[in-house]
Ligand binder design. Structure first.
Ligand code: ADP
Ligand code: MG
Length: 881
């Protein structure tokens, strides 16, 4: 069949073999079209790759064949092998790889197995198989463990190294089974008891599997080495037991790969990549299930030699059966035969996918150099050549990994539930925290607001009170002005103006005259000075004469005074004598009554000095009360003044008051008020009356004798503050009498009192305030006793504005009286309305808050809270006391 000098298979080689990708190169994954799920649909062509490996001569061959050349000659650079027929003829064969006797195990792995391993890692099935005569190095090539020399590691060891280096132990898994086929039984090399494992074929997919075989998960290289060693031991033991050689059995290592490729990792999912990531990448991952089958076949010589070497027929038949079935299948496939007898043997059934299936298959045919085994070598080469024609259609084995997706989703879900719960808790805590914070802030804000409001309220109230007060003051001033203007108009203003003009004119004339006089005097002075300077003594003489004349006049006057005094003394003596006489005649005792003059009381006249008082006492003692009283009506003004001073001083003493009144002194004093316009007399008389008015009985007498009217008159006429003080004091005393209330009002006493405030002297104001306070107190008493009805006469007489104005007078005495007056007025509901409209409420509130005298303060508060009108008004104005 072989043709010398020509390529045996050269012309037969399919053109696509050269066109297909390099044996060494990895399959271009991007060219692989996949259809998920259900495994691959589109396929890539993948011819069975065949390398030939020549074993170096062994010791025996070295010795025996020393004189002979090798039966093969290799041309690795041309990938050719020449098989010598004889010394001059040879057949040439071309292989995918030609590995010389010097090829390292590493190189053999890289050329023969590495591409297959890489395909398996990509999810394809892969087969690496060694075919050859016993002793040519199949086991050396595939199964060396490299214990003693690591560089001798065979394909099985190196494949696992590569696999483990390229997978993730977390997501991927590798497991192995190790079996042998001997006499058409499948034995488990990892568990020798398992010596008849059935092949199971999936009817639907046609996939074969060995469910009975031990499958060991590999996680590290050492475990795998131990497994290989264990398997090898079992193989040896089994063969010893069966009295066979290992070369008679087929050893099969199956490596199952499961690789998980996340959805979105490749082109298939790129379009959904972003979306899938955003939802947590819940695309099912893709599960790639590659299977690597490494087959160390029994020696190929058995096909031909078993019978001839006297082996048991059954055994030979069995060995033959599997190997010859493989050869037949490969022939059929190489020739594109319609029938491929796969089912003929267990080996071909197990390798169903490796030849003519979907696996990437790499075959290494091993040959020896010895010319003695030339026939075996030729047969091996032909097997390899035929195998090169077998075309496989590679299919990726991948499917969606719904199981792991479900597991992942479950984990994700649990994680989310936990997260959610955690976040919920955090959220609740945060809400609670914010709620508490908000509550705190609201409370704080409310408190601040309330405080600010309270402050603002008090401030507003005070401002309000202030402005009301000011307005009232303004109003009162305006009213006064109006009244004044009105009066001017009523009193025919023109006349007044004319009079004033005349007066002014007069004044101007007088001023001019005075200026003239002044000028004259100045001239005279100049003249005089000149005369003096010129030594003239006429003027000096004149002035001396004038002075002497003045002195004479003075002496004359002194004489007169002396005469008067002696006259007065004479009169006094007469009076004393007559009184002594009378007294003696009455009770034969010393005169009583006015003999003890007490010091002047608080309303003592300022006109009385100590010296005067002494002389007055003397006078009183000398002349007696009656005489003094009679002197009040003396024609001589000086006498009258003296007399009234005496009486006033006497009246300052309580003990004298009754006597003075009895002696008609009160009447005389009132008469003085009525008749005389002399200010001094009036002042002193008023002071005396005021002192007498301290006594309740006298008060009624004063009233009965028209004293109120007289005092009122004096009050309106007088200008002197001291006079007014006395009058006001007298009236104030009268105001303290319960029985005089009506008369005081009807006779103008109250009005007079109020009228005196025009004089702004604090002494006067103080007396006025005292009078008002006394009056208010009496009224209040009468009201509570039920003897008085209706609103206060003070209010009736218009006292309220002044009271309100002076409630906060800076003079404490005035302030106290006015404060008390307000409190008394406020005690009667009937006054409340006027008081409110008159602004007295604000003053009362102020008193209840600020008064330095606790009793008045308490009284004001009590008064305010007991009046329903005030309470209502305060509520309306939101005032609190
Ligand atoms: P087979 O498995 O084909 O029966 P083996 O692998 O058992 O053959 O090899 C037979 C002998 O040849 C062994 O001692 C082995 O060490 C040796 N041998 C095989 N191939 C080589 C090689 N390439 N280099 C060196 N020694 C080899
Ligand atoms: Mg072997």
């Amino acid at each position: 069949m072989a043709t010398s000098g020509v390529y045996r298979n050269g012309s037969n080689k399919a053109p696509n073999l050269r066109a297909s990708s390099s044996f060494k190169s990895k399959l271009p994954v991007s060219n692989v079209r996949r259809s998920i799920p259900g495994g691959a649909t589109d396929t890539v062509s993948g011819r069975v790759r065949v390398a030939v490996r020549l074993r170096p001569r062994n010791a025996e061959e070295m010795a025996a064949d020393a004189d002979f050349a090798d039966c093969v000659e290799l041309q690795p650079e041309l990938k050719r092998l020449k098989l010598r027929k004889n010394n001059w003829d040879s057949d040439t064969y071309e292989f995918d790889e030609v590995l010389t006797e010097y090829s390292s195990q590493k190189r053999v792995y890289e050329v023969v197995a590495k591409p297959v391993v890489e395909s398996v890692l990509d999810g394809y099935n892969g087969t690496v198989m060694a075919y050859g005569q016993t002793g040519t190095g199949k086991t050396y090539t595939l199964g060396r463990l490299g214990d003693e020399d690591t560089s001798a590691r065979g394909i099985m060891v190196r494949s696992m190294e590569d696999i483990l280096a390229n997978i993730s132990l977390e997501t991927d898994s590798v497991s192995v089974s190790y079996l042998q086929i001997y006499m058409e039984t499948i034995q488990d090399l990892l568990n020798p008891a398992n010596d008849n494992i059935p092949i199971v074929e999936d009817q639907r997919t046609g996939d074969v599997s060995l469910p009975g075989a031990t499958v060991v998960e590999i996680r590290d290289q050492q475990t795998f080495i131990e497994l290989l060693r264990l398997g090898e031991n079992h193989r040896v033991a089994a063969n010893t037991k069966l009295n066979t050689e290992s070369s008679r059995s087929h050893a099969i290592l199956m490596v199952h790969m499961k690789r998980s490729v996340l959805g979105g990792e490749d082109e298939f999912s790129t379009e959904n990549e972003n979306r899938s990531h955003s939802v947590g990448n819940f695309k099912p991952s893709i599960l790639r299930k590659g299977k690597l089958v490494v087959v160390d076949l029994a020696g190929s010589e058995r096909v031909h030699k078993s019978g001839s070497e006297g082996h048991m027929l059954e055994e030979a038949k069995s060995i033959n059966l599997s190997l010859s079935a493989l050869g037949k299948c490969i022939n059929a496939l190489a020739e594109n035969s319609a029938h491929v007898p796969i089912r003929d043997s267990k080996l071909t059934r197990l390798l169903k996918d490796s030849f003519g299936g979907t696996s990437r298959t790499s075959l290494v045919v091993t040959i020896g150099p010895s010319p003695r085994h030339r026939a075996e070598t030729a047969s091996t080469i032909l097997f390899g050549q035929r195998a090169m024609k077998v075309e496989n259609m590679l299919k990726i084995k991948e499917e969606f990994d719904y199981k792991s997706l479900s597991k992942r989703l479950e984990i994700e879900l649990d994680k989310l539930i936990a997260d959610n719960e955690r976040q919920q808790k955090v959220y609740e805590n945060e809400v609670e925290r914010i709620r508490l914070e908000a509550q705190k802030r609201v409370t704080e804000a409310e408190r601040n607001c309330a405080e600010a409001l309270e402050e603002e309220k008090v401030k507003c109230q005070m401002d309000y009170m202030e402005s009301i007060k000011k307005l009232e003051e303004k109003w009162s001033v305006n009213q006064h002005k109006c009244v004044a203007n009105g009066e001017v108009h009523m009193d025919s203003g023109n006349d007044e103006v004319t009079k004033l003009k005349a007066l002014l004119q007069n004044e101007i004339c007088l001023r001019k005259a005075a200026e003239e006089e002044n000028k004259n005097l100045k001239l005279q002075l100049v003249k005089f000075s000149k005369a003096e300077l010129s030594g003239g003594s006429t003027n000096v003489m004149n002035i001396q004469e004038i002075l002497e004349e003045e002195c004479r006049q003075n002496k004359k006057l002194e004489e007169e005074v002396r005469a008067l005094k002696s006259q007065l003394s004479q009169l006094s003596t007469e009076a004393n004598l007559s009184r002594s006489y009378l007294e003696r005649g009455r009770n034969g005792n010393t005169p009583a009554g006015l003999d003890c003059l007490s010091p002047l009381n608080h309303l003592q006249s300022r006109d009385s000095s100590n010296g005067e008082r002494a002389s007055i006492v003397n006078l009183h003692e000398q002349v007696g009360l009656q005489k003094i009283l009679s002197l009040l009506e003396s024609e001589d003004a000086n006498v009258r003044i003296h007399a009234v001073k005496v009486v006033a001083n006497l009246a300052a003493e309580e003990a004298n008051q009754e006597k003075i009144v009895e002696a008609g002194g009160l009447t005389s004093l009132l008469m003085l008020l009525r008749s005389y316009e002399d200010e001094t007399i009036r002042r002193i008389a008023a002071g005396a009356i005021a002192n007498l008015a301290m006594n309740e009985a006298n008060q009624e007498l004063i009233m009965a004798q028209g004293g109120i009217c007289l005092l009122a008159m004096t009050a309106s006429d007088a200008e002197d503050p001291q006079t007014l003080r006395m009058v006001a004091g007298a009236l104030a005393n009268l105001c303290g009498n319960d029985k005089l209330q009506m008369r005081l009002r009807s006779e103008g006493g109250i009005k007079a009192l109020l009228g005196m405030v025009r004089c702004r002297h604090p002494d006067v104001l103080s007396q006025v305030a005292r009078g008002i306070a006394n009056f208010a107190k009496c009224e209040s008493r009468a009201s509570s006793q039920g003897t008085k009805h209706g609103r206060s006469l003070l209010i009736e007489d218009g006292a309220l504005p002044w009271i309100v104005q002076n409630a906060n007078n800076e003079a404490s005495l005035i302030r106290r009286h006015v404060e008390l007056a307000l409190c008394h007025l406020a005690q009667h509901e009937v006054n409340a309305k006027d008081m409110i409209s008159g602004g007295a409420l604000w003053e009362l509130v102020r008193i209840s808050r600020d008064c330095s005298r606790e009793d008045i303060k308490a009284l004001a508060r009590r008064t305010l809270t007991s009046s329903s009108t005030f309470v209502a008004e305060m509520r309306r104005l939101r005032i609190e006391v």
